[in-house]
Write a protein that binds this ligand. Structure first.
Ligand code: B1M
Length: 209
């Protein structure tokens, strides 16, 4: 009998070697790969997300948990056809023009992946035109923008305006230390998330999941 609870616990504790070992053992025992992902790996990350939001876990622990979960997914992924990989939606994420901060943005990207989203991470210093080109290429459900500087946060507005001008039907959400719900409303964003766990909740809510 597969011990999903033990696998979830290893993810929560960020024990990468243990996650790999348990995942491999489940695969060898013939456990359904999707059950390994949903009931073990993602279930563990869901707990991490909730604890992080409540201030019971901190950034380094969350990063270790996400890395452990990703190591488990890597083992199971080849056994699942791409079309069957669980996905609740596609998110395009990037740090806006002029801004090189990426720790928080990468954390959000990892949590979104852990929450079952397909994530295209564009990186840092992404100009509005680059966001637009990426939307045209990848057809995401949501564009998530990160900014850590008061001087760069205004590029979120430019990006949303350009996306609208180009007639692209995609939701835009924003986050980062200087961003607030008021600012998000002011620039016409579809949502604001103060942290990575909230970003996952927001994306699910916007897509009705
Ligand atoms: Co910079 N920096 N920095 N910096 N830096 C800040 C942001 C600053 C507040 C420090 C300070 O002065 N107290 C300040 C900004 C002041 C302001 O504008 N109000 C500042 C400054 C001034 C600068 C430079 C201008 C310094 C200089 O050169 N004079 C320069 C700018 C470079 C540039 O971007 N063009 C600069 C450079 C750097 C480093 C390169 C050295 C480094 C970045 C390394 C990297 O990211 N790879 C750095 C760092 C590390 C910081 C601090 C110390 C930490 C940021 C961080 O990673 N936090 C920061 C001070 C601070 O915040 N204490 C500071 C941890 C991270 C997990 O949190 O990014 O907030 P955070 O992400 C959270 C949420 O905000 C949210 O979820 C995340 C997880 O919960 N979130 C989203 C983030 N993005 C989201 C997107 C979403 C949703 C939620 O999408 C919807």
């Amino acid at each position: 009998m597969a011990n999903f609870e033990a696998l979830s616990q290893s993810v929560i504790s960020g024990k990468e070697a243990q996650v790999k070992e348990q995942t491999q053992a489940m695969v060898a025992a013939g456990t359904n790969p999707l059950e390994i992902i949903n009931n073990g790996l993602i279930a563990g990350m869901n707990v991490v997300g909730a604890r992080f939001k409540n201030g019971e876990m901190f950034v380094p622990e969350v990063l270790m948990a996400a890395k452990s979960m990703a190591a488990g997914i890597e083992i199971v992924k080849p056994l699942i056809a791409d079309k069957d990989m669980p996905s609740v939606g596609k998110i395009l994420i990037g740090t806006v023009k002029g801004d090189l901060h990426d720790i928080g943005k990468n954390l959000v990207a990892m949590m979104l992946e852990s929450g079952g989203f397909k994530v295209v991470n564009l990186g840092i210093d992404i100009a509005p035109e680059k966001f637009v080109a990426a939307v045209q290429e990848h057809h995401p459900d949501i564009v998530a923008m990160s900014a850590l500087l008061t001087t760069t946060m205004l590029h979120m507005k430019d990006t949303i305006e350009l996306i609208k001008e180009e007639g692209l039907k995609v939701k835009c959400i924003v986050g980062g230390a200087p961003i607030s719900q008021d600012f998000a409303d002011e620039i016409g964003a579809d949502g604001f998330a103060p942290d990575a766990a909230s970003a996952v909740e927001l994306c699910k809510k916007l897509l009705g999941k």
